[in-house]
Design a protein around this ligand. Sequence first.
Ligand code: GLN
Length: 491
Amino acid sequence: MTGVIKKTAAELGALIANREVSAVEVAREHLDRIAAVDDRVHAFLHVDTEGALAAAEAVDARIAAGEQLGPLAGVPIAVKDVLATRGVPTTAGSKILEGWRPPYDATLVERLRAAGTVMLGKTNMDEFAMGSSTEYSAYGPTFNPWDLARIPGGSGGGSAAALAAYEAPLSIGTDTGGSIRQPGAVTGTVGAKPTYGGTSRYGLLAFSSSLDTPGPCARTVEDTALLHAVIAGHDQRDSTSIDAPVPDVVGAARLGATGDLAGVKVGLVREFSGEGAEPGVMSAFRETVEALTKLGAEVVEVSCPHFLYALPAYYLIAPSECSSNLARYDGVRFGLRVGDDGNRSLEEVMSATREAGFGPEVKRRIIIGTYALSSGYYDAYYGQAQKVRTLITRDFTAAFEQVDVLVSPTTPFVAFELGSRTSDPYQMYLADLFTIPTNLYGGPAISVPCGLSEGLPVGFQVMAPILGDDRMYRVAAAVESAVGTFAPPAL
Ligand code: GLN
């Protein structure tokens, strides 16, 4: 069958279930594509050819035996290298975990396997998910399929680039401050951050535990929703997992695709509609808002005065949590160990291991976090940031008393050139200006492509209340129905 790699996950699932194409054939086509383009894109850190073909064979056998499988059975998927995969290398983009093969699967990975999806491999990312460009990966950057001289976003640039390069129809990302949505925006793909606690963190290598949220990525809103439905739901192994039914995200995406938004109230965040974003991004955003009103949505402006303090608050809270979480990489229990020659003390070996194993951005965050949590400074920095977090949550709560969803551009600028922001951390941090408030609040948000600026994709962000994930899918699908999807120039 031709054109397999350009099909949606929903189409592939149906073709496989009807035995018009085998899961093995679909896996092979994608593995061939990876072999043909990934030396240029570098979306993958590890390709699991054998594992993928074995999983695909198993799906074909179950279908041949007459079993009714779910809608994504046999569909290939790429998984961000921050989720533990049994027996398959898991590095979090760091040298400190080079060669580690986890003895267990993350809950999310277990669910992907149970749904019959076929894991092709693990995708590149900024080290421990800290970054907005994938340039902080210890294994070299990923390149944006739209323009190989530009970044694919981060930290989940590999998961987004794999979709845009047609190496996989589905992928998994994690979003602590924007790492699903911003890569989606700059690669012209869809990425959703579910409600915090809506997807399990068990087996996710922790960066900032009160913010980390795994979620689905795909080229269409419907595919993203189908994947969301597979991975979401309560997990007793994660104490922050929400014990409530998963909203009907697939139904909502299909409703939105009809292009009817009658009765839906959309709020424009006043603080995000002025400065800070490139003019081309703002004009694609405004045209899309116009399109939503034509579909029947009522659009009003809403003020969220504390959103502008989200970025500084995040850059105290996330490093604080990371300084504690990353203490486990001590050269003793797993991964890299440096200097253990029998003459050095435990402290010396730990220090040499961490010096050699962590990259500069991770070290910067550990130092900031340790400082912010130190006695004497705790109240001034960490304590203040937590108060700002509360104010941001109040802004969201008040806004959702007036509107069903809030919208903004996903990120202030289109994909930038590799190397153009690495020397100035603050310029890199600005990529998440519009995405971070949602993480501090804990609600869901999605990025859906809404147009081009200077030939590069622009993302439209839809934010919804906690457990209102279905609403964001409805509006995102309506955006997609109005503006279409965007394919990059052929590689
Ligand atoms: N870019 C942000 C950071 O560097 C967000 C990362 C993320 O969501 N994992 O922290």
